[in-house]
Design a protein around this ligand. Sequence first.
Ligand code: ADE
Ligand code: ZN
Length: 350
Amino acid sequence: ATKDPYLEAIPKVELHVHIEGIISADLKWKFSQRNGQAIINPRTGQPFSSLDELRDSHDTLKPRTGNRMNNNEETLSFFEAYYGGFEVLKTQQDYYDLAMDYYEHAAAMNVRYAEIFFDPQGHTRCGTSWETMMEGFRDAQRKAEQDLNVKSAWIMCFIRDESPDSAMEHYNAALKYRDMIVGVGLDSNEADRPPSLFNEVFVRARNDGFHLTSHCDVGKTYPLEHIHQVASSIAGTGADRIDHGLNAAGDADLMKLIKDKDLGMTTCPWSYIRHQPLDEVFERIRTLFDAGIKIAIGSDDPAFMEDTWVSENLLVAKRYCGFTNQEIQKLAENAIKVSWAAEDVKRQML
Ligand code: ADE
Ligand code: ZN
């Protein structure tokens, strides 16, 4: 509970959450116990012998909150922890339970519509079939809509440190499930992996009617050029949204471009305060908002922060950007407007 009644009560739309980013130590333990599979401690090479031990390890691998600059070592430790979570998912039931865990959190926070990222390559490289993954997600998606009043759609992310060929192969395989998928994106480690490398698959996705987005992570090492590509050149004309992209706040021309093209930006405060000075983070969020850019607050990877979901992310934005309730309402409306929900669903929510 966030102890902010206004914030808790408003209907929400969440556009930036990775389904794999909710895999907590507790969920890992549940799946591994059920499947009779040990989880190996990467530090010792031995299986974890208790949930407590696994929880401790999960906590140490979490990026720390504080005024540290991000560096490659920290990024690698995050991805090591994050992709480690994929290995416990074995059955359709696991995928169903994982998605239901998100939907239950969403319902409790009054989230009415969500677009949820998933990383298919991370699952297929663990030996999971598309059917296991997608049918589990599909059953949960239906159940959430019927019983929890949470509508949703999926965004397939390509892991940008995998090859463009792998992205294309996965794109082709995903077409069988295209009724569930509204868009394609790009995530994982951005170092030396500009969005333009994946132009071919973005062009195809655009032509097939998918919406496009890409992560442009926050950090000193990621060039503004990546945001430029997402805003104006991938798939010929640029994407529909930018995930993170906070670095744009330092460049008036780039902000103008984003504003003029009316691109949505998804913003996840807890992801940044892990490794950037607080005042810098919130100043930049405020700058984008004040420039009239439609930013929408999301949670990114709740299990890898401090169990911080969309409500907690809205709460820190409110506190440290000084957003009024009216401005919080505006953020909520931004999320609806820049979402890829059907027009009638958007109208109902606005
Ligand atoms: N995949 C999941 N979380 C991510 C993040 N914060 N940045 C890039 N890729 C991710
Ligand atoms: Zn993300």
